[in-house]
Design a protein around this ligand. Structure first.
Ligand code: MF3
Ligand code: CO
Ligand code: CO
Length: 263
């Protein structure tokens, strides 16, 4: 089964959903401080998504077992799918907040890294290189390019800095479905994999570890951690393939990369 090509009407709905997801990350930023619990961050996001945005938080009750919260909060060696809990954030903690909202039937999915207080040099570097991996992947997106081209530049950049790429989780097509085809892996070889076409929407969301790439799932069946307990970072955007490049549907005002990339 191949990727769904979105119509002009669907693309407009994806733009709206993408902007709303991005807005949640902007809204939560001032609350990501020492002493706050990830549960409190979840509650603030949930209330904002439901009451202010009139959207549905896609993670809530998603999957099996049903995900119990409205956002994912992945702290330090947690790679992804961290479940908000009553543990307080402390100085130096690195946290990925992953927001997915549904508006008018369409999903917007995005995540960013926050650091509590002053980041260590090590954490700052991992977080920066991981965002560069995302941006390098985004710059490959245009009709005729192939998924392997995206994976390749991401893998090269991460491994070139002696980091590793998580293999078990990947980006994905997105639209009416949270996780549509295709799977967008963050490693690979140029000139391989599905060919991109205008009208496709998918995420790129590299997970980069400071140590080895291997992961394990905790007994809660959601929380994914690095096997060697090394620090892990992730950034995610939802993209639209345009006639000559791509549009970043979840771009935030603080970002310096262009919303519309033309080749
Ligand atoms: N937002 C995640 C992604 O980028 C998926 C989270 S699934 C959940 O694909 F159930 F954990 F929320
Ligand atoms: Co995603
Ligand atoms: Co996500």
């Amino acid at each position: 089964m191949a990727a769904i090509i979105k119509t002009a009407e669907e693309i407009e709905k994806m733009r709206v959903a993408g902007k709303l997801a991005a807005d949640v990350l902007g809204m939560i930023e001032p609350y990501v401080k020492k002493g706050v619990t990830t549960d409190e961050l979840n509650q603030i996001c949930h209330d904002y998504i439901v009451n202010e945005q009139q959207c549905i938080p896609a993670p809530l009750n998603y999957g099996h077992p049903p995900f119990p919260k409205s956002i994912c909060t992945s702290v330090n060696h947690v790679i992804c799918h961290g479940i908000p809990a009553d543990k307080k954030l402390k100085d130096g903690d690195c946290i990925n907040i992953d927001v997915t909202i549904i508006k008018d039937g369409y999903h917007g999915d995005t995540s960013k890294m926050f650091v509590v207080g002053k980041p260590s040099i090590m954490a700052e570097r991992l977080i920066r290189i991981t965002q560069e991996c995302l941006y390098k992947g985004i710059r490959m997106v245009k009709p005729g390019a192939r998924l392997g081209d995206i994976g390749h530049v991401i893998q090269q950049h991460a491994e070139g800095h002696n980091y590793s790429i998580v293999r078990e989780y990947c980006g994905h097509g997105i639209g009416v479905g949270f996780h549509e085809e295709p799977q967008v892996v963050h490693y690979g070889r140029p000139d391989t994999g599905e060919v991109l076409e205008a009208g496709m929407c998918f995420t790129i969301e590299p997970m980069v570890n400071a140590g080895k790439r291997h992961s394990k799932i905790m007994p809660d069946q959601w929380t994914v951690v690095t096997k060697d307990r090394s620090l892990s970072a992730q950034w995610e955007h939802t993209l639209l393939v345009t006639a000559n490049g791509c549009e970043i549907l979840t771009l935030r005002p603080e970002e310096t990369i262009e919303r519309i990339i033309e080749h």
